[in-house]
Design a protein around this ligand. Sequence first.
Ligand code: COA
Length: 249
Amino acid sequence: MNDVVVTRAEGVLTLRLVRTQKKNALTAAMYEAMMDAFRDAEGDADIGVIVIRGGDGVFTAGNDIADFIAAAQAPGDMAAWRFVEALARLETPLVAAIEGVAVGVGATLMLHCDLVYAAPQTRFHMPFVDLGLVPEAGSSLLLPQRIGMARASEMFLLGELFDAAQAHRLGLVNEVVPAETLYTHAQARAATLAAKPRAAVAATRRLLRGDRAELHAQMKREAEAFAQALKSGEAQKAFLAFMARSKGL
Ligand code: COA
């Protein structure tokens, strides 16, 4: 899978998104590649941490809009849903290194990470409502828990962009790191974590995350609402507007 490059070093498995010409918009094949890598990491005693990152000034523009259009026409199994479920169930610690755009699941996946590092120029955006959609990846539960209902409502309902400094103030990002050192810093923190006693790390994560039943129930509700919304006139109109804009129409 050429759009996701997987490398390993120092107990860390790194997933690098390299569909740069499409702003790393995530296709079904990319979700499958990431899920394969998650499975490899979970079954490999040498791997203690997974890093997810973009490059060349972009993290990800979120789900590929063409795939949303296809999914609305032929509903069924969506790799995106299996991916967010896999994220929520991941037992290996997850570190994200984010620069440039982090849209949709590119922003909500932060809520499943153990450590998040972002470059100052990062622009986070959760434009679900503007696309005629609803939040996913458990974010409708996890975001208000993390930052409070007032701010979560503002982010979801008004869909305004926020930057790395704001994400840091809100506790969504551990550190704002200059773009030049972002990836080396995130890899170094990941390697430090991978070298810690594994069972204690795993047990601590489970304690921090607590009972996940409510999260999985909410993700099921989100998936149902999202599948409905995908077929709506509001969503179709937004997708077509994006496709037309990107073709310069
Ligand atoms: N799905 C499919 N293609 C996408 C995409 C997406 N989510 N995001 C970007 N692309 C494509 C563009 O169509 C364009 O393709 P082209 O060169 O063949 O025309 C290319 O990536 C570059 O994107 P462009 O919009 O020209 O870059 P930009 O720097 O002006 O804007 C974004 C970057 C991310 C702000 C903008 O592309 C965007 O808003 N994307 C959609 C994000 C989104 O709504 N995602 C779904 C979240 S649920």
